[in-house]
Design a protein around this ligand. Structure first.
Ligand code: SF4
Length: 450
């Protein structure tokens, strides 16, 4: 019998000015792992550089009951392109020596798969590839995820990976592995729908109390700043029964407590999607808590929606309002209409949610966004009694806003992706000034006087 091929999957460090485990899991990589696990010819190994629960971290990191918490960090040299941003730059995640220790204890892999989410997190990939090369030499390295999908040329030229994989990984990973490994026993099967893909290989994670679930992929809307429609061309929703089965399976197998929806547009076509699976989940009466960090479409929150949230035990509600500026909404964000937020808050309050506990995302830093309108939006949310969460603008290649910045000379078409960092906009002159930026942060953090 031929020996198994060793495949090493790596979730790299985050190199940034700031990072927090806001329910971050490498879901795409774990889906790929689940596909590979179905093939008996592979032996999988996983290094999660963002593992906050590694027993050799040296200290226990604080984790909130909802699963969020801090990363370890080590300050590193700030890349010169970011020299004008007056903040410290760090590598977040497990210490370097722990990564090397993990590599020491692994067999030499036949293949390495790495993921990368934000375009401006590529330095973490560079470091991982460099260390892999030092330890294992010229093993084939494949890089996938959001960054290489949006910036394949940059990824090819900068990260040292042998193959750049664009788009959803399940379509094409097996044929690619057949080719790279020269392994004809590797199935050629390609998955066409989300429901066909095996559920994510969460068993590879150390802490399984808080796990994500993806019930749909892509987005039928097209907001001017958002990458969702670019990353997945066809919007797709799973069957409600499959969502329920996955959650129940994870509850039984991993004893999960928190379920985090990773959907970009969870509530779209709610009558045929979220309503049926929430009703089923409520019937099962599992002791779970649900969270929606990606922001919910405010206009979809009606009386029935609010009542299902409460009955199912949704605790962290994040609403995607983006702005209260009518002109901005009409231009950049067609998903929101005037009056939606007020109505949603009334429905949620009727179900027993406290307004102070409801988070409302407001965008800051969109090109040309007027500072007085940002302040007015914050004041509006405060007057409604809800909690503002600032969503900082990052120029994502291929979006309308990125195009605008390029065409108007604010950003070079081939600018270093580090300049996409969500904290650079006050220092690059296309939006609010650093002083205004600090003042809106203070405004959000100052207590509400009744
Ligand atoms: S911001 Fe939300 S609604 Fe708009 S395109 Fe992105 S995911 Fe869709």
């Amino acid at each position: 019998m031929p020996s198994k091929k060793d495949i090493l999957l790596i979730n790299p460090w985050i190199c940034d000015f700031t990072a927090y485990d806001f329910w971050l899991n490498p879901l795409g990589l774990l889906y790929i792992a689940a596909i590979l696990k179905k093939h008996s010819g592979f032996s999988l190994h996983f290094i999660d550089c963002l593992d906050r629960h590694h027993p050799l971290l040296g200290r226990k990191l604080k984790t909130k009951p909802n699963g969020r918490g801090t990363f370890l960090k080590e300050e590193v040299a700030k890349p010169s392109v970011l020299k004008d941003v007056p903040r410290k730059y760090s590598r977040y995640g497990i210490p370097l020596k722990l990564f090397l220790h993990e590599l020491e204890h692994l067999p030499s892999p036949d293949l390495v798969l790495i993921t990368c989410t934000m375009t401006y997190w590529y330095p973490g990939v560079q470091l991982v590839v460099e260390l892999i090369r030092k330890r294992f030499g010229q093993v084939p390295v494949i890089l996938g995820g959001v960054y290489p999908t949006l910036m394949p040329e940059h990824a090819k030229g900068s990260c040292g990976a042998d193959i750049i994989f664009q788009g959803p990984g399940e379509r094409g990973i097996l044929p690619l592995l057949r080719e790279v490994l020269g392994d004809n026993s590797c199935p050629e099967h390609q998955f066409e729908t989300l429901d066909e893909i095996p559920w994510p290989a969460f068993e590879l994670l150390r802490n399984k109390k808080t796990l994500p679930v993806l019930t749909s992929r892509g987005c039928p809307f097209k907001c001017s700043f958002c990458a969702a429609p670019l990353l997945c061309k066809n919007f797709e929703q799973r069957m409600p029964s499959s969502v329920v089965s996955e959650i129940e399976y994870n509850f039984k197998k991993h004893e999960i407590r928190n379920v985090v929806f990773y959907d970009d547009t969870l509530l779209f076509k709610k009558n045929s999607h979220v309503f049926p699976f929430l009703k089923e989940i409520i019937k099962k009466n599992l002791p779970l808590v649900f969270h929606t960090p990606n922001g919910l479409h405010v206009k979809e929150i009606d009386s029935e929606m609010a009542s299902l949230f409460k009955a199912a035990n949704f605790q962290s509600l994040f609403l995607s309002q983006e702005s209260l500026d009518k002109n901005l909404l009409a231009k950049a964000c067609p998903k929101v209409s005037e009056g939606d937020l007020e109505k949603a808050l009334v429905y949620l309050e009727k179900e027993g949610y406290s307004r102070q506990g409801i988070n409302v995302y407001l965008m800051v830093g969109l090109p040309g966004q007027d500072i007085s309108c940002i302040r007015e939006s914050i004041l509006h949310v405060r007057r409604l009694g809800a909690r503002t969460r600032l969503a900082y603008f990052s120029p994502i290649p291929g979006t309308e806003e990125w195009q605008y910045l390029v065409e108007n000379g604010f950003l070079a078409r081939d600018a270093d992706p580090l300049l996409h960092n969500k904290l650079t906009f006050p220092y690059l002159g296309w939006s609010v000034s650093p002083q205004d930026f600090e003042s809106v942060k203070e405004m959000v953090n100052s207590p509400i006087v009744a």
